[in-house]
Design a protein around this ligand. Structure first.
Ligand SMILES: Cc1ncc(COP(=O)(O)O)c(C=O)c1O
Length: 427
């Protein structure tokens, strides 16, 4: 629990600061780190299986070979050797990119923050998926954007609804600054934008002069099926965010933005003001790891592990959850999204889940700017092991069923008290 402390500087903070909130996710992580809790709350890649000795070797080699540069400031746009690796990765995914179109950031999260900084003035409209990545919502709303949500379904963003939204904004004389999407293995929904919708989305962007921000941390964590083309591979004006957090590790804090050159130039200015440059040591460690280790083999193993855990979660949900609940079936990534009967409030239910059943998740509300998603939850399957997943879902199902029984008892009570009966007829 956060201690309440009197803040005598309250009058000094900027308007922007009053919009900043610690995310529900971060607050929860402190509780869910307790060993007695089975947590589906985090978004943690599994670093337990990481070949640690390799990293020791890598660090030694980097320090011996280029220790002085690794301990020095570096260029704000990033270390050229690592940019070349990033360009190779992107080319493997069908994206034609030059290293001059890349800026290295402290994780993709800093990329989102810098994008917010260079594009958003107060009350500018931006469009996001609903639900959307909570770190994106935080970054954009701290720059005082007006956030316009567009729903998604099993095939990703509803581009038909996006079209309606764009028409409405146009009628009102507004032009959104950009659309932010996580098209592949979405966080939190676990869904992927279909190839047909990708095509239509780019047509709409073209017709409406709409800048697309494509955030893609998860596409290499594919369990089955054929890869879908990134939006950036179909249109070079798309701004693309990548990260080493999920294909390697999040602790080194390395991500990137690939964008047309004029945008990269502005991002570099913004980054200079933020932190001068990303850690030279981290960049060289990642460069070395991706140059001289069989990283693809390690990633393959990791993906296999995540697939087994995804399967364990789907099977357990099928076995223990009530038929009134539904959930997405992600073909990759780290999360699935469960929807409960609409009278259940997952934010309120969380205390009971943690206190009585020692299981945690993220309530759906955290992923909507307007407080919807009340009866939904995000479940992470990458970190807990299979047995824990089974046990955790079993416990969570108990909490859900108790909520349903409570509602039924309550609804019956209301029904009896109102003296309602079928004989009276109803319209
Ligand atoms: C969609 C999305 N974007 C960005 C990030 C931030 O990643 P990074 O660790 O690279 O800052 C995450 C992390 O979970 C994410 O899910």
């Amino acid at each position: 629990m956060t201690e309440l402390i009197f803040d005598k500087w309250a009058k000094l903070y900027s308007e922007r600061t009053s919009l900043m909130r610690s995310s529900e996710i971060r607050n929860l992580l402190s509780v869910t780190a307790r060993p007695d809790i089975i947590s589906f709350a985090g978004g943690l890649p599994d670093t337990r299986s990481f070949p640690m000795e390799r990293m020791v070797e890598t660090t030694r080699r980097v320090m011996r070979r280029e220790g002085s540069a690794a301990l020095q400031y570096g260029p704000s746009e990033g270390h050229q050797g690592l940019k070349e690796i990033i360009a190779t990765l992107m080319r493997e995914d069908g994206m034609d990119v030059d290293t001059e179109e890349i800026i290295i950031t402290d994780g993709a999260q800093q990329g989102l923050e810098l994008i917010g900084k260079i594009f958003i003035d107060r009350d500018d409209e931006i469009i996001v998926e609903a639900p959307s990545y909570v770190g994106g919502l935080q970054a954009f709303s701290s720059h005082q954007a007006k956030i316009i949500p567009v729903a998604l379904d099993e095939d990703g963003l509803r581009v038909d609804l996006l079209e309606d939204t764009l028409k409405k904004l146009k009628r009102e004389g507004h032009a959104p600054k950009f659309l932010y999407v996580v098209p592949t293995f979405h966080n939190p929904a676990g869904v992927t934008l279909s190839a047909k919708r990708r095509q239509r989305l780019l047509e709409l962007a073209h017709e409406n002069n709409l800048l697309i921000i494509e955030d893609d941390p998860y596409s290499r964590l594919r369990f089955e099926g054929q890869p879908v083309r990134p939006l950036r591979s179909m249109d070079e004006s798309v701004v693309y965010l990548g990260t080493f957090s999920k294909i390697f590790c999040p602790g080194l804090r390395l991500g990137w933005v690939a964008a047309p050159r004029p945008i990269v130039e502005k991002l570099i200015f913004a980054k200079q003001a933020a932190d001068l440059c990303t850690s030279s040591l981290s960049q060289r460690l990642v460069e070395e790891y991706f140059t001289s280790h069989p990283w693809k083999a390690h990633l393959k193993k990791l993906v296999k592990t995540y697939k087994r855990r995804r399967d364990a979660m789907l099977e357990s949900l099928e076995e223990f959850f009530p038929p009134e609940a539904s959930w997405t079936k992600p073909g990759g990534g780290l999360f699935l999204w469960a929807t409960l009967p609409d009278y259940i409030d997952t934010t309120e239910m969380l205390a009971e889940a943690i206190d009585e059943e020692k299981v945690a998740y993220i309530p759906g509300r955290a992923f909507f700017h307007d407080g919807s998603g009340k009866n939904c939850m995000r479940l992470n399957f990458s970190y807990p092991e299979e047995e824990q997943i089974r046990e955790g879902i079993k416990r969570l199902a108990k909490v859900v069923r108790r909520q349903m029984e409570l509602y039924e008892t309550f609804a019956k009570g209301v029904h009896l008290n109102s003296g309602d009966s079928n004989e009276k007829g109803s319209d």
